[in-house]
Design a protein around this ligand. Structure first.
Ligand code: GLN
Length: 230
């Protein structure tokens, strides 16, 4: 047979509520992650099939054997490293607090006492909220996608939300959301591409080799610059 992986079709879990990394336009999936994984696949000679799902379903689907790869603006965390192996980091993100643009009472996390914070299931933002709600005295509302999370604050059901900085900065710049970012980033995590832990060393190597080649030949920068003004 061919050298392992060659011509192989890998299923890739994505979260299309996540521009500029992943979104749907007409019948097409677009964004930084989409272009990156296509470019890596092309560079390394494998095929991919994109599977859009709620972010919180991606790691479970991987564990159930339904996905080979996940690229979903997914932060590299120690907790996830118990279940998946990550590629080299490909983007610096970090989470931030967001409120309605008319809200002058919440200017930092210390102002969250008695407030309601919307978070997205399965995200590092939801984990941060779980870990810190006791200390700061806020409650959480869980939703399954970023669009719904933004609506919770736009319509006043929640007082604040936690989202990745580049995603909310892009959303505020491109849509009429009535939201604003407050305070400093709550962490400085990086995005990685995930494969199921311990079983996919060869595939992970291809992903890392592809990523390194794209960084070297300028394609990585080209992809980023297509979606984000530097
Ligand atoms: N970066 C965050 C995480 O990994 C959010 C990802 C997302 O919502 N697609 O949890």
């Amino acid at each position: 047979s061919d050298s392992a992986g060659d011509g192989e079709v890998y299923s890739v879990g994505i979260d299309v509520t996540y521009p500029p990394f992943e979104y749907q336009e007409g019948g097409d999936y677009k964004g930084i992650d989409i272009d990156l994984i296509h470019a890596i696949a092309e560079d390394q000679g494998f095929e991919i099939e994109l599977e859009a799902m709620d972010f919180g379903g991606i790691i479970p689907a991987m564990q159930a054997g339904q996905l080979d790869i996940a690229i979903a603006g997914m932060s590299i965390t120690d907790e996830r490293k118990e279940i998946v192996d990550f590629s080299e980091p490909y983007f610096e993100a970090g989470i931030t607090l967001v409120v309605n643009e008319n809200n002058d009472t919440i200017t930092r996390v210390e102002d969250l006492e008695g407030q309601t914070v919307a978070v997205k299931n399965g995200t590092s933002g939801a984990k941060w909220a779980e870990d810190n709600k006791g200390d700061y005295g806020f409650d959480t509302i869980q939703v399954s996608d970023s669009t719904s999370m933004f609506q919770e604050v736009t319509n006043g059901t929640a007082d604040a939300l936690i989202e990745d900085y580049p995603v909310i900065a892009y959303a505020i710049a491109t849509d009429d959301l009535n939201l604003k970012i407050v305070g400093d980033r709550l962490n400085g995590d990086f995005y990685g591409i995930a494969v199921l832990k311990g079983e996919n060393g060869e595939l992970l190597q291809k992903i890392n080799d592809g990523l390194a080649n794209l960084r070297e030949n300028g394609e990585y920068d080209e992809i980023i610059n297509t979606y984000i003004e530097q």
